[in-house]
Design a protein around this ligand. Structure first.
Ligand code: ACO
Length: 323
């Protein structure tokens, strides 16, 4: 059998940092409120002119260097993003040209905050099917570009960033399984209400491009869906909770992360947490957390990792990985 293994990981974060104290200057909020409700202390914010592809490129180059893979070796590039530089070409195509990997397959996957898990699953399935050997998978976002900075319900939650992995075909696992789900019936709880068909709103700030969220409802759905998908993942592999070494969750809210950890009977010292530093970077969050844990030496080869995410759509999913 053929499996995909993570050969290298990388990160790309904007330099500029916005703290909760900074936010207090322009919306009625407090460091105490944000930290106690979400765990967030600060987030990175793209500079003017800095794009999703800029962050993706940084993460991709770092992952390729760690994997010892050159652009010519890439068979495919999959980018999870809901904030592409352009409507088209895809961010994956823009990235491909920057890397000098012209010729290989390249496309974006839009699954909101589950974008990286979806992209990883697509890449894994191409490798398992024998249709690709070396794939660059990126989760990259500039969510702050579509925030309403006067809406304290949303603007305190998000940040910008990108993470990447290089997957290589191997006879040993690797990615053991991925599990994807969606429920398009809950659109209004978390969405961005404008677009090519609906139109834009020239009279509104940012032409009406903004994240709208009913936070407490999303919270409940997220916890329930994540509980179900982590159960499903263990069951599909005939594993026990105690077999897991690390939980690498989507970094939206520390309380959601803690709920999933509790479901898995995992102490928080076996959970990778970056939400305090990064906020919610949507598709960027899981690969950023993974890269940090790999580079800090926490995650070791041979360990069992559970990745999961939940986002607008709704979309949710998981990946079980023998690192
Ligand atoms: N500062 C101060 N007060 C605030 C702020 C703020 N930044 N934001 C909201 N409040 C107020 C509200 O107005 C409300 O006041 P009211 O009771 O007078 O009306 C009060 O705080 C409580 O609001 P709730 O929404 O009930 O607070 P909750 O405890 O649910 O926390 C939060 C809100 C942090 C948004 C939480 O619900 C959450 O994290 N939800 C999930 C987010 C998520 O996971 N999203 C999925 C991924 S995102 C993606 O896919 C793009």
């Amino acid at each position: 059998a053929v499996y995909s293994r993570i050969a290298g990981t990388g990160s790309g974060l904007p330099e500029k940092i916005l703290t909760n104290k900074d936010l207090e200057q322009f919306v009625e909020t407090s460091d105490e409120w944000i930290a106690s409700r979400t765990g967030i202390r600060q987030r990175h914010v793209a500079a003017e002119g800095e794009t999703t592809c800029d962050l993706a490129e940084r993460a991709a180059r770092a992952a390729m260097e760690a994997a010892g893979v050159t652009a010519a070796e890439l068979d495919m590039i999959v980018v999870g993003t809901t904030t592409p530089d352009l409507i088209f070409p895809s961010t994956a195509c823009l990235l491909q040209h920057r890397l000098g990997a012209n010729g290989c397959a390249a496309f974006d996957v839009n699954a909101a905050c589950s974008g990286f898990i979806y992209a990883l699953s697509v890449a894994d399935n191409f490798i398992r099917a024998g249709n690709a050997k070396t794939v660059l998978v990126v989760g990259a976002e500039t969510l702050t570009r579509m925030l309403d900075w006067s809406d304290r319900n949303t603007c305190v939650l998000f940040g910008d960033g990108a993470g990447a992995v290089v997957l290589k075909a191997d006879t040993e696992a690797g990615i053991l399984s991925t599990h994807l789900h969606a429920d398009g019936g809950k659109k209004e709880l978390l969405y961005n209400p404008v677009g090519v068909s609906v139109g834009f709103k020239p009279e509104e700030k940012n032409a009406g491009v903004r994240v709208l969220m009913t936070g407490n409802e999303v919270f409940k759905h997220a916890v329930k869906a994540l509980d179900a998908v982590v159960d499903e993942t263990l069951e599909a592999n005939g594993l026990q909770k105690s077999d897991l070494d690390w939980l690498i969750p989507h970094q939206a809210n520390l309380r959601i992360i803690e709920a999933t950890a509790k479901r898995l009977d995992m102490p928080m010292d076996r959970v990778i947490v970056t939400v305090h530093k990064h906020g919610n970077t949507s598709s960027g969050s899981v690969p950023l957390a993974l890269d940090e844990a790999v580079r800090s030496g926490k995650i070791q080869r041979g360990q069992l990792l559970l990745l999961e995410a939940f986002g607008g759509g709704f979309t949710w999913g998981s990946a079980l990985i023998r690192y």
